[in-house]
Design a protein around this ligand. Structure first.
Ligand code: ZN
Length: 118
């Protein structure tokens, strides 16, 4: 007996927004918001055929099938001796806000509150 993939109701911020009807299984029916990556200039870099590649930390909204929405932190840390670290961490909205507040406080501590890149 065959079964069609039933579309889901996408999160309002989902970049696809079509219910993921083309997914081949439930595991592919994940909603992703826009990704925002920061190059980690104090961390290791690597060279590939396109030039240099930086270690990065990415942040985006995520909701897996039958899961709660989360802030998805994606760490790609280049480490030549041990191999690259490619891991994700899921945060609740409250945890993401707490982390953002702490990061701002640490940035103010190391650089002062009057410095703004914008
Ligand atoms: Zn979606």
């Amino acid at each position: 007996m065959s079964a069609d993939v039933i579309t889901i109701e996408c999160a309002p911020w989902c970049e696809d927004g079509d219910g993921h009807a083309e997914a081949s299984g439930r595991g592919d029916q994940s909603c992703w918001g826009p990704a925002d990556y920061t190059n980690l200039t104090l961390e290791e870099i690597a060279q590939d055929s396109f030039g240099s590649v930086a270690s990065q930390l990415g942040v985006m909204a995520y909701r897996g099938f039958n899961q709660l929405p989360a802030a998805y932190l994606h760490l790609h840390l280049i480490h030549h001796e041990l191999g690259d670290l490619d891991r994700a961490v899921y945060l609740t909205a409250a945890e993401a806000r707490t982390l953002a507040t702490v990061l701002l406080a640490v940035a103010d501590t190391i650089e002062g509150p009057d410095v703004c890149p914008n």
